[in-house]
Design a protein around this ligand. Sequence first.
Ligand SMILES: C[S@@+](CC[C@H](N)C(=O)[O-])C[C@H]1O[C@@H](n2cnc3c(N)ncnc32)[C@H](O)[C@@H]1O
Length: 187
Amino acid sequence: MDFAKLFSSYPKVTVELGMGDGRLLESLAKSDSGLYVGIEINSEQCVQARSRISLDNVVIIDGSFEDVVPAFPNASIDRFIAVLPDPAYIDEKKQDRWKPFYKMVHAKLKKNGTFQLVTEMTDELLQPVSAGDYERWSAWLAASFSSIGFIVDRHEGAPARYSSRCLDQFRGDPERIRIATLDMTKH
Ligand SMILES: C[S@@+](CC[C@H](N)C(=O)[O-])C[C@H]1O[C@@H](n2cnc3c(N)ncnc32)[C@H](O)[C@@H]1O
């Protein structure tokens, strides 16, 4: 796919990493004239997303974002979104593995481009997450992304208007699954 040509036809480009069945992508794209690209490694989810979404400004890519994102021109994306990435892409113990990927995300953003990450913390024994543990974890998360080069603004919870299959499920157990949103900017 010639991404430079595709992106040049739209005023803004948003990329959702691991978009699942595409319900959030659809809701964002239908009220906007920008291009929305969803990347998802699970082919069945891509089939569901394609049958759900009939909008000209949406492109669904069936593949790994680790393979797709490097093919974007540098400084070509206005906004990345990742809602509840798999542990391989956010777990504290795996940060040496995932940090290089988010450095690449940073490189692909335009100046003043943004990356919105919604992620969750659970207790290893599935007990309620204490305020102290949540604060320590969300501070670590913010520090990790600021070390990549982002200006980070962190909030508790997910954006109220967002709905996705996993988010709707996780919201049902707010004491044991505590969610944080990082709104990040590249300067
Ligand atoms: C926990 S689910 C969240 C899905 C969706 N964002 C939601 O909130 O419902 C994580 C998703 O990331 C996808 N995924 C995992 N690794 C991926 C990769 N390397 N490239 C693209 N998608 C990936 C999974 O297949 C899964 O659909």
